[in-house]
Design a protein around this ligand. Structure first.
Ligand code: ZN
Length: 210
């Protein structure tokens, strides 16, 4: 955590408002955070009983909290769900379109039959250069700072990626709930805060260029 406190300060000072030339008003970048699953769809169940839908919801809410607490709400963040409800994939992408979002990030945890599988994967739609750039930033930044294995950027035709055409879109698979070590990582509040802070930092940095 210590190593990137410095960056938090720098980005807090420089993070900023997205000014449109010729307009008096500065617009904040609009970011959609999509906590995967919800309601009857639990997503992956950890070897320790943790539910993916709850882990990703907690990270999403922590991103919102830190945006306010550390960055003076420099991003305008909307979640696709704020409670334990199941939202259709179509409605998740529709939100990005309706709000004219600048970035869309779907958050998930992984699972595999092979219990030893570990690491972070970032999914993106093939051929979308800006999304690929953002995905590379996430894959490198999250794994380097948190010590997770980098499984790389992968292409997928997921609906939330395919249908989010208005802005760059990535889907994060933040570690494997089927792996005991990584599942236990999610039991700790400060681990969730670490993920949330890094995701937020990278979004702020990226948003200055969108
Ligand atoms: Zn998932």
């Amino acid at each position: 955590m210590k190593s990137y406190c410095f960056y938090v300060l720098i980005w807090t000072m420089s993070a900023g408002l997205h000014c449109v030339s010729g307009q008096e008003k500065c617009l904040k970048p609009i970011v959609i955070i999509d906590p995967g699953h919800g309601g009857s769809d639990t997503g992956a169940i950890g070897t320790n009983g943790l539910k993916e839908k709850e882990v990703v919801m907690n990270i999403a809410k922590e991103i919102v909290r830190l945006n306010r607490a550390l960055f003076n709400d420099s991003l305008e963040i909307y979640l696709t769900r704020y409670s334990d409800t199941l939202i259709s994939l179509g409605d998740r992408t529709k939100l990005a379109k309706d709000l004219k979002a600048d970035v869309f990030v779907s958050i998930h945890c992984n699972q595999a039959v092979r219990k030893a599988a570990q690491g972070i994967e970032v999914y993106v739609k093939q051929g979308d250069t800006r999304s690929e750039f953002l995905a590379e930033q996430f894959a490198f930044g999250l794994t380097e700072k948190l010590g997770f294995k980098n499984r790389g950027v992968k292409y997928a035709n997921f609906q939330v990626l395919r249908e989010t055409t208005i802005c760059p879109a990535v889907l994060l698979e933040l570690g494997f709930l089927s792996n005991l070590e990584e599942a236990q990582h999610y039991e700790k509040g400060h681990s969730l805060t670490g993920f949330a802070l890094l995701i937020l930092e990278m979004l702020i940095k990226f948003s200055k260029h969108v």
